[in-house]
Design a protein around this ligand. Structure first.
Ligand code: MD3
Ligand code: FE
Length: 213
């Protein structure tokens, strides 16, 4: 049965919804309980941290990574690194269930053969937002990005090719997957300030699967 919704986009639980050109929303696509268990294992080896931005700020979103490469930011800039700078060890392995999920979702959105080498794990506490930005540090921009929402609901903001004008607001919930590829790969996007849940300790996690090299 489709979930009751109060949002702008008609959808069912099994058909991908085109939010914008080359952006596909797979609602209620995955059971997130096993994913949360994997995140706990990853974070035990590579703890969540608030990275430094190149301008000297502190990112509000807490991050860690799994897979051969991890996204990192410090005074020297943004880049992918093959070891966790905080521990000196390689990033935790990409869980097999993560790689399989990313490949299956990408294929459902028309991108067969997606093999991510980075899973960036983002953690949002209530009150946290992610400003409008683009992701262009990856080698092959023909590869899609797969995003998996876990926990508290959020409003994903899609600006498109420029950050002018009001963004499209996409209410992403636990278990939703969004695939960005093709002409959407360089689109501006962000996340609206997260509202607290009934449990003030509840958070949102987002898995962002990338092919960096
Ligand atoms: C579209 N994360 O980590 S996921 C990010 O919910 C990021 O944590 C948000 O933006 C989050 O960079 C949104 C969706 C996402 C991620 C990367 C993209 C959308 C994208 C790259 C290109 C186009
Ligand atoms: Fe992004």
């Amino acid at each position: 049965m489709p979930r009751p919704t109060a949002d702008l986009f008609a959808s069912t639980d099994d058909a991908p919804v085109a939010i914008a050109t080359d952006v596909r929303w797979l609602r209620g696509y995955v059971d997130t309980a096993p994913l949360l268990a994997e995140i706990a294992t990853i974070a035990a080896a590579a703890p969540f941290r608030h990275l430094q931005t190149p301008n000297g700020g502190r990112m509000a979103v807490a991050m860690t990574n799994a897979g051969p490469l991890g996204w990192h930011s410090d005074a020297r800039g943004y880049r992918y690194v093959d070891r966790d700078p905080q521990t000196g060890r390689p990033w935790p392995a990409m869980p097999a269930a993560f790689a399989a999920l990313a490949a299956r979702a990408a294929a459902a959105a028309g991108f067969a053969g997606f093999e991510p080498d980075c899973c960036l794990v983002n953690r949002y506490a209530p009150g946290t937002q992610l400003g409008a930005h683009r992701d262009y540090d990856e080698h092959d921009l023909g590869q899609p990005i797969v995003s998996v929402s876990i926990g508290l609901p959020a409003v994903f903001l899609w600006y498109g090719p420029t950050r002018r004008g009001p963004p499209r607001r996409v209410p992403v919930a636990d278990g939703d997957v969004v695939v960005f590829g093709g002409s959407a790969r360089l689109g501006y996007h962000g996340v609206r300030r997260l509202a607290a849940g009934a449990d003030p300790a509840a958070v949102r996690h987002n898995l962002t699967f990338r092919r960096a090299r």
